[in-house]
Ligand binder design. Structure first.
Ligand SMILES: Nc1ncnc2c1ncn2[C@@H]1O[C@H](COP(=O)(O)OP(=O)(O)OP(=O)(O)O)[C@@H](O)[C@H]1O
Length: 332
């Protein structure tokens, strides 16, 4: 656990970037710091690895005050990913990833094997391993940045707006990859973003900060959406929080209806379209039993017939739901 107790940062010019921040960041989970520009997110993050020193208060990792540790040793045990990846331009991709293991004196073969394995894990095509950072896209560079931060297998990863500089589609992919990776690695990740949607998607817990470096609310995303503590958090979370809260409602089983005859299936039972008078209408989104109510509602809303299609793990249609079924599930 990383614990902030009454932590304040006042810069030499008098700016109070973080004001008496107290919170507990659980191990093995993703905790997101979110808030408007200048609210002290980056300062808070960087006080953990002491690339910025706090003015007062205590930050401890598993009970040990970070100021009791040698800063260089501390930083080696904490992965750090920043916007634009911050890769070394004169080193190849694989050498970038190998930086910390080399510093730690690992043998060459083990270092290279680990670097290649990590590149694979973050979803980078291994053909790119010998390229230089400038020869990669922004999204690819961010993957290398994540692999580099993971190289020494740190228990903690600090990620400062790591996906902000890429386009929305790549950003979505990188977010999905991070969640997939985290299911395997279970690191303590502290993630900074100014984007509340990213915070809600990635965070097990979300710390909303207000300008002046004060904590407005610290809660799991579902709680934040359902019960924002004040107008600031309500405004920051956004207008459609009721709809977005559906992401966190996972009914065990929706009462699906049989597949209607106008749903056209292929030989494997996978839906291909809706039969209309003289044409075939395209499918909307589909969902699976156990998915969120948001996924089920999305399937209903995007379907040309109003029937949202439920599929099994093989993509085979198992039934349909309509708005009434989703609305009923919401009430229960
Ligand atoms: N070296 C510094 N000297 C003086 N003030 C600073 C310094 N670094 C940051 N600040 C100020 O501290 C406050 C918090 O900055 P910080 O970078 O932590 O915010 P942030 O929430 O990460 O912002 P952004 O989302 O814009 O990156 C801001 O008012 C900023 O101007």
């Amino acid at each position: 656990m990383i614990e902030f107790e009454d932590v304040t940062k006042r810069y030499p010019d008098g700016t109070v970037a973080v004001d008496k921040l107290s919170l507990q960041i659980p191990s093995g989970q993703i905790t997101v710091f979110v808030g408007p520009s200048g609210c002290g997110k980056t300062t808070s993050l960087r006080m953990i690895n002491r690339t910025i020193e706090r003015t007062s208060g205590t930050i401890s990792i598993d009970g040990d005050d970070v100021t009791s540790k040698d800063p260089v040793a501390l930083r080696r045990g904490i992965g750090y990913v920043i916007q634009h990846a911050g890769l070394f331009p004169h080193k190849t991709v694989v050498d970038n990833v190998a930086t910390v293991p080399k510093l730690l004196g690992w043998d060459k073969r083990k270092t290279r094997a680990t670097a290649m394995e990590l590149l694979e894990r973050v979803g980078l095509d291994l053909k790119l391993a010998e390229r230089y950072p400038a020869q990669l896209s922004g999204g690819q560079q961010q993957r290398v940045g994540v692999a580099r931060a993971l190289a020494a297998d740190p228990a903690i990863m600090l990620m400062d707006e790591p996906f902000s500089a890429v386009d929305p589609i790549v950003r979505h992919q990188l977010q999905e990859e991070l969640l997939r990776l985290q299911r395997d690695i279970g690191k303590t990740i502290v993630f900074v973003t100014h984007d509340i949607d990213e915070a809600i998607k990635l965070g097990d817990n979300v710390a909303v900060l207000r300008v002046g470096g004060k904590l407005a609310q610290f809660a799991p995303p579902a709680e934040l959406l359902a019960n924002p503590v004040d107008d600031f958090v309500r405004g920051f979370v956004g207008q459609d929080r009721g709809y977005r809260a559906l992401t966190f409602v996972h009914p065990d089983e929706l009462p699906i209806k049989p597949v209607p005859p106008d749903l056209v299936l292929d030989d494997d039972g996978v839906p291909v379209g809706w039969r209309a008078d003289h044409e075939m209408l395209p499918l909307g989104a589909v969902f699976k039993q156990g998915d969120s109510l948001r996924a089920a509602l999305d399937a209903v809303l995007t379907s040309p017939t109003g029937w949202g299609i439920c599929v099994d793990d093989n993509g085979k249609a198992v039934g349909v739901v309509d708005q009434a079924i989703v609305a009923e599930a919401l009430r229960s």
